[in-house]
Design a protein around this ligand. Sequence first.
Ligand code: S3P
Length: 454
Amino acid sequence: MSVIKIAPAKSLKGEVVVPGDKSISHRALLIGSMAKGVSRFSGLNHGEDVAATAQFVSDLGCETDLLGSWGSREFHVKGGMDSYRSIGRPVWAGNSGTLVRLGAGLVAGCNFTTVFEGDESLSSRPMERIIKPLRAMGADINGVGERCTLPLSVHGPTSRENELVGITWVTPVASAQVKSSILLAGLRANGATTVKEPIATRRHTEEILALAGVSVEEHMEDGFNTVTLQRVSKMEPIDLHIPGDPSQAAFWVVGATLLEGSELFIPNIYSGVARDGYLKVLGAMGANIEKEEVKSASGLKTLNLVVRSASELSSIEIQKEDIAGLIDEIPILAVAAGVANGVSRFCGLSELRVKETDRLAGIVSLLESFGVESAIEGDDLVIEGLGSKFQKPGRVESNGDHRMAMAGAIGALSVEGMGSEVETTINGWESVATSYPGFSEDIEVLTASDSITS
Ligand code: S3P
């Protein structure tokens, strides 16, 4: 585990180009692997999670070709779901829940066994949420033990004429990964496949499928976001520039908001349904964010952001139904709430307990280390904002969770004072490579200082 120290910074200034959106990158590769022909992507996220998905589609028999350096240039996938081949050894999914859950849906109709393995964190995450619907569609899918954890083995149907059957599934949790897993399996299933979710989650699978020429029907019905598709016989190759990841932009938006004299330009950030909640929350807290719509050939909603420091932030109450739209941004929003004036409440955070780590517990100890009191009340998180910068440096235990490490880093920059006496220690810094390998370099450039020591 690598340990680093980060000193406070005066301000964040300049332009930061964040990595391509991680969720879109996974789907681009997976859906591109199904379409017959060559799909072309630029701006792919270059973290370890997406690299594992690129390896997966290549192992399934797709020709892949990276032109130039990973993440900055074009990535080609020569796909065709009819020519997938058995991988013959376990798929290493590393830390990526998205790869396991969507990948399982992708191969649920295949007449061979695929086994997914992952690191310690991924091996403890719940998989029954996808096992139940995929079994109902006819797949032979099994995890380990009562909680159905990894290794997960997936084989196509051995009965019902070897075909998956379409289902209507009401998801008990608002999860884009569950919805997407079912929809990807539905592309090979007999009849219609419908997912009904209590709260609309990110709709990247629907967006990328539409780019591949698949007709996806979406409407609200009895209070459920309802998504339906049919078996496909043909999918078109995709040509896509992947916009920047809002979950990564959120770290810089909060950093520039908290540090006096900051002015940051963050171009080309995805801003569609269920991914722009952090902008609304920070705006309501008093952040100074200018947004400009960018026209993109793909039609994906994209914004350029200019963020300037805010003189004061006020506390916020976030309702349960808004959580799905900012699920990955809660650690960094909690840092903002720790500095804000007054008591903030984040309601309905049960899903945070089953992310890469138990983020609910992690946030409480992160804030405590910076001298901020917070408490978990049922599934709610209550934070007593200081109404000032953090008054002491933190000791952040990321437990190998990339978003906790990066939230800790922005907290470290926002500590009162200057120099090595007020440095924050972050354990498990290597985890940032999961989604944002250049994060350390970006801190140094934007703070114009050597704030990080290892
Ligand atoms: C993701 C969906 C969310 C999110 C995860 C990525 C996706 O998970 O937390 O980082 O790409 O679909 P859930 O669907 O489990 O909420």
